[in-house]
Design a binder for this molecule. Sequence first.
Ligand SMILES: CC(C)(COP(=O)(O)OP(=O)(O)OC[C@H]1O[C@@H](n2cnc3c(N)ncnc32)[C@H](O)[C@@H]1OP(=O)(O)O)[C@@H](O)C(=O)NCCC(=O)NCCS
Length: 129
Amino acid sequence: MVVNGADVLGHVGLSQPDAATLEPLLAQAIGMPAGPVGSLTRLFVTPPGRGHGHATRLLDVVAKKAADLGIPLVLDVSDDDHGAITLYERAGWQRVATTRAEWLNAAGENALLHHYVSPETMRKPAQSE
Ligand SMILES: CC(C)(COP(=O)(O)OP(=O)(O)OC[C@H]1O[C@@H](n2cnc3c(N)ncnc32)[C@H](O)[C@@H]1OP(=O)(O)O)[C@@H](O)C(=O)NCCC(=O)NCCS
């Protein structure tokens, strides 16, 4: 979390979905791990906090945590989130698959979801057991 006094400026989460539930092309890109996988979730910086590098630092925090845990790190982002896509790609994340989500976007369509793998994970994919 990023705070300024009592104000929360941003946050990010790290969930651990079951590897068996991963999108198949994503699982393949990270070496079909049998163990836990980290998923970067809920990245958000409030409008007044944007443009100061907070999201970049939050990405680094999650990448370090995943490295400490020894797990591969992935994320999903909606095609509508242009700023986030630029952020991830500038930070070296690699898009490995695109699918349709079950949930609907603001236009009432099944959202287009891009699946990304962290630069650290691309350099050192997990070993399957
Ligand atoms: C996307 C978001 C997290 C970026 O937060 P931030 O703290 O402003 O990001 P940073 O300051 O670390 O940005 C680093 C780089 O990412 C890119 N970037 C970030 N926001 C961008 C935007 N809106 N448009 C284009 N590029 C953007 C830029 O290359 C930026 O570098 P620069 O400032 O030197 O140009 C924030 O705008 C946000 O919370 N958006 C709404 C929620 C969201 O989309 N979350 C992601 C869901 S997967």
